[in-house]
Design a protein. Sequence first.
Length: 322
Amino acid sequence: MRAVRFAEYGGPEVLESVEVALPEPGPGQVSIDVAYVGVNFADHKARLEGYRVPSLPYIPGLEVSGRIRALGKGVDGFTVGQEVAALTEGGAYAEVAVADAVTVFPLTAGTSPRTAATLPTVLPTAYALLHSVGRIREGESVLVQGAAGGVGTVAGQLARAAGAGRVIGVVSSEAKAAYARKYGYDDVLLADGFGAAVRELTGGRGVDLALDPVGGDVLREALGALAVFGRAVSFGNASSAPAWQVGQPELYPTGLSVGGFSILNLARTAPQELRALAERAFAVPGIELPVTGEYALADAADAHRALASRTSTGKLLLRVAA
């Protein structure tokens, strides 16, 4: 089968289209004839610096849509040929991918494989950040870094659906700000000096909940923008900054809390909890994530260039089969 992999770390040029053996599903797994693959920032970090890469060569890709090809031992509730979306441990940049059955979801009526490929990581992640970890309450204010990206686009809509009083996004350009305003955000700020701008927007109060995928100094600035008893949730380290520490001096004076979330880690440590979380997330009506770039599988390097440029919005997909 065709697949795209890398045998060394580096820029998008290390991605190569190759022929590899068909993977077979193990116990509790299914194999999927892939239609579309979601492109995520985690794929970029895997290629660039080995994020979550067990060994080389490595086929990246964490989410797919397509039809079930084969069922592993002990799998029930699915049928060969059934249309599904799935979260994978990697290996999705290929014509056939393998996923644990617990992270495979049948497509609902009217959901196309193209649309389904945008959601397996993004929608449960955004839902968990707001509800499971962030514990948003009606009327609260929310600050979201990366508001024009995949998680950010969905988080703005979910925050609005949860009854947030004010939803503030942070982006890197005016073009991204115009995009984010279409997806639930009341205000969209540019990243430079956003902490002071948040205080100004909220009359000095700050926000109740801040969601951060950047880490480093950006996360610290978000902590400084929290209201009394505010909560921050870290869900990435896009800056590749050194591991940060937070303790009594930052948390005690105003009763702040810091949480964290990784959908990939939850898939490994508590897959049934992830499934329950995903089912709640998919049940929220009206959430959309526009596909803003679609590439052939062999052109995965171009998708990575677009992602790394930090100019892309919404969701990028690889098209594997019609």
